[in-house]
Design a protein around this ligand. Structure first.
Ligand SMILES: Cc1ncc(COP(=O)(O)O)c(C=O)c1O
Length: 493
C-alpha cells in the first residue's frame, strides 16, 4: 500500500512563509503610514467579483490570496482608520495594536485563566487597570468581551439574573410573576434594545424616557414611569444611565440615577461604552461622576482607547452575581482537570471563561495589555483630551459661523451641527443637510455621520481619532460650507 504523506497547515518552506510575512508587515506599515493620503472608494464590481468566488478544492496558494487581499480587499475597507473619519463612533487602532494582534493570533491562546496560563494574569491585570483608570471600585470584577454591545449585554444579563423574582438560571424568564421593566433615556443606544430582547424580556419592557434640552434623562419622567409601572403590576428592576450617548455625547446625571436606583432597589447599569473615558481627561472627568456607583458598567476599548477592534469590557461590582450568571449549570467532564486546577490554584471569580458567553477565548487581553503598558496612562489622557479639545474647536467654528448652528451642546467629544442659511424652514434645512451628508459620503463614507436630534436632521462628528489634527476640522467646516452653498444653488429646496 502506498504511504500517503500526512498533511499539515505548517509551511513546507518556512523561509518562504517568513518572507511573505515580512512583506505583509511592511505593506501594512506602509498602509498605515500613508493612511492620510489614501483615497476612499466603495468596492468596484471588479473587486466584488474577485472576492465572491467559489471555494476551490485545491486552494489558490498563500502568495496569490495575499495579492488578492492587497488588490481587492484592502483598498476598499471602511474609512475608520483615516484622520478625517468621525462617523459612527469609529475607532482607529494603531500600528502597535496591529502588531499585538499578530502576536495574539500567533499564540492562538484559547484560555485566559488565572492559575492555568500566563494569559489569565494578563486578562486579570487589564481588568485591574481599566477599573483603576475609571475609578471603579477595586473590589469589582470584570471581563473582556468583543465590544460595547456585548459589554452591555453581559452587564444586563447579570442585572436580570440578580434582580429577577425567580431563579432565572433554572426557571427562565417564563416564570417571572411580574413583567420586568427597564429604563433608559431616549438617547440610549439601540444595542440595549437588542440585549433586552435577547434576554427574553421583550422590547416592550424597555422604557425610553424623554431627555431634556441637554439630552440628559428627565428624572421626573423616569420616576413617574417607574411609579406607573409599579401601579400596573410591573416589576421595575434596572435603570440604565448614559455616560456618553451615541447621538450627542451627553451624560445623564449618574449620581441622581444611582440615588433613584438605590431608593427603588433597582440595578444601576451604565452604558459608558466610549464616553466613560472622559474619566482620564483633565477637563471633563466630572461628567462621569457617579459611574463608580453603577452595579455594572459597559465600556469599550476599541473606540476611544484606540485599540484594535473588537474589544469591550464589562465591570460588575457583585462578583458572585456575575459569576453566577455565566457559570455553567453542570460541570463538563471533558474540562474537569483544567477546572479543578483553576479552582485549586486560581481565582474562579476572575476567570473570564465563567464571566461571559464564549467558552473558548481568543486572548483578547493581549492587545489591551501591550498598548496600555507601552504607552502608559498619560498618553491616553493626552489623546482623550486632544479629542475633547478638538470637539470644542469644531463647536466654536460652527458657533462663529452665521450660516451654521449646533443642534446639541458639545458636552464631550460629539458635535452635532448643520448648515443653516437664513430663510429656510425646517423641512428645507433637513433636505439641504441631507444633500450635504450624501456629498460628504462620496468623499469618505462617514467622514461625519448624520442623525436626528430632537427631530432635526444633523451632521454629527464623533471624535475618537488619534490621527485627527486641528486643520482637519478647518477642512470639515469649509467643506460643509462649500457643499452647502453648492446644494443651495443646485437643489430645489
Ligand atoms: C453608547 C454606545 N453604546 C453601545 C455601543 C455599541 O458598541 P459596539 O459597536 O462596540 O458593539 C455604541 C457604539 O457606538 C455606543 O456608542
Amino acid at each position: 500500500m502506498a504511504v500517503t504523506k500526512e498533511k499539515t497547515l505548517d509551511p513546507d518552506d518556512w523561509r518562504a512563509m517568513r518572507t511573505l510575512g515580512h512583506r505583509m508587515l511592511d505593506d501594512m506599515m506602509n498602509y498605515l503610514e500613508t493612511i492620510k493620503s489614501r483615497p476612499f472608494s466603495f468596492p468596484p464590481m471588479e473587486a466584488i467579483q474577485n472576492i465572491c468566488v467559489p471555494l476551490t478544492r485545491e486552494g489558490e496558494g498563500e502568495e496569490k490570496v495575499y495579492e488578492l487581499f492587497k488588490q481587492h480587499v484592502l483598498p476598499y475597507t471602511a474609512g475608520n482608520n483615516r484622520p478625517r473619519f468621525w462617523g459612527g463612533v469609529g475607532g482607529t487602532g494603531s500600528p502597535y495594536g496591529m502588531l499585538a494582534e499578530m502576536l495574539r493570533a500567533g499564540t492562538n491562546n484559547a484560555i485566559e485563566a488565572v492559575g492555568l496560563d500566563s494569559a489569565g494574569y494578563v486578562h486579570k491585570q487589564v481588568i485591574e487597570w481599566v477599573k483603576e483608570m475609571l475609578d471603579y471600585p477595586k473590589e469589582a470584577g470584570g471581563v473582556l468581551v468583543s465590544g460595547g454591545s456585548e459589554a452591555n449585554f453581559t452587564g444586563l444579563a447579570v442585572a436580570r439574573n440578580a434582580r429577577a423574582e425567580v431563579d432565572v438560571k433554572s426557571k427562565g424568564v417564563q416564570e417571572v410573576p411580574h413583567r420586568m421593566t427597564i429604563y433608559v433615556s431616549d438617547g440610549g443606544h439601540h444595542c440595549l434594545e437588542r440585549s433586552v430582547e435577547l434576554l427574553g424580556l421583550g422590547n416592550e419592557s424597555l422604557r425610553w424616557i424623554p431627555s431634556d434640552d441637554d439630552h440628559k434623562i428627565k428624572l421626573d419622567a423616569l420616576k413617574m414611569a417607574i411609579r406607573e409601572d409599579k401601579e400596573h403590576g410591573c416589576y421595575p428592576f434596572c435603570i440604565i444611565g448614559n455616560a456618553g450617548s451615541v447621538d450627542t455625547g451627553a451624560f445623564d446625571d449618574l449620581n441622581a440615577l444611582a440615588d433613584i436606583a438605590a431608593k427603588e432597589k433597582m440595578w444601576f447599569h451604565v452604558d459608558g461604552v466610549f464616553g466613560c473615558w472622559v474619566k482620564i481627561s483633565k477637563t471633563h472627568r466630572h461628567l462621569a461622576d457617579g459611574i463608580e456607583r453603577a452595579d455594572s458598567l459597559a465600556v469599550d476599548l476599541h473606540k476611544w482607547m484606540y485599540m484594535p477592534y473588537g474589544l469591550g469590557c464589562t465591570l460588575v461590582k457583585d462578583r458572585l452575581a456575575h459569576f453566577g450568571t455565566f457559570a455553567y449549570g453542570h460541570e463538563a467532564q471533558y474540562l474537569k482537570a483544567g477546572i479543578d486546577l483553576i479552582k485549586a490554584e486560581g481565582d474562579p471569580l476572575s476567570n473570564p471563561h465563567y464571566l461571559a458567553l464564549p467558552l473558548s477565548r481568543s486572548f483578547l487581553s493581549l492587545k489591551a495589555y501591550m498598548t496600555l503598558r507601552a504607552y502608559g496612562r498619560d498618553r491616553y489622557t493626552d489623546l482623550i483630551q486632544q479629542n475633547l479639545n478638538q470637539a470644542i474647536y469644531l463647536g466654536e467654528l460652527v458657533k462663529k459661523d452665521p450660516d451654521m448652528e449646533l443642534l446639541a451642546p458639545v458636552a464631550s467629544n460629539v458635535v452635532c451641527f448643520r448648515y443653516r442659511p437664513k430663510g429656510l424652514d425646517e423641512a428645507q434645512l433637513d433636505k439641504l443637510n441631507k444633500t450635504i451628508a450624501d456629498e460628504i459620503n462620496k468623499i469618505l463614507f462617514w467622514m461625519v455621520s448624520d442623525t436626528k436630534v430632537k427631530g432635526k436632521f444633523t451632521l454629527r462628528a464623533a471624535i475618537v481619532n488619534h490621527r485627527s489634527r486641528k486643520e482637519d476640522f478647518d477642512y470639515l467646516h469649509s467643506l460643509v460650507k462649500e457643499l452647502g452653498e453648492k446644494a443651495l444653488k443646485d437643489v430645489k429646496i
